[in-house]
Design a protein around this ligand. Structure first.
Ligand SMILES: [Zn+2]
Length: 95
């Protein structure tokens, strides 16, 4: 498995502490690391939250569709020349 410094992603879980989303948790893959326990009291356009979890995660895959056969497949964002797993085509679009 190849690792590069510019492709580090984090799984970040935040818990909303007040507002209409109070008590709800939201998990996302982020390229930014947050310290656990970090409290954002006045986010722009959102409800206040606290970071409850932050750990390294694999980069999200990119979804592609083959222009040759229509097959949908996903590849690592680090893949240099993605190929269709069905027909081997290299003519594709990002979904
Ligand atoms: Zn194909």
């Amino acid at each position: 498995m190849e690792t590069t410094t510019n492709s580090t992603h984090y799984k970040v879980t935040r818990k909303f502490t007040s507002g209409i989303l109070e008590g709800l948790e939201h998990t996302e893959i982020s390229t930014v690391s947050f310290p656990v326990g970090f409290e954002c009291k006045q986010p722009i356009g959102g409800s206040p939250y606290v970071i409850t979890e932050c750990k390294p995660a694999p980069a999200p895959k990119i979804r592609l569709v083959c222009n040759e056969c229509g097959r949908k497949f996903s590849v690592s964002p680090n893949a240099a020349d993605p190929q269709c797993p069905k027909c081997g085509g290299v003519d594709w679009d990002v979904l």
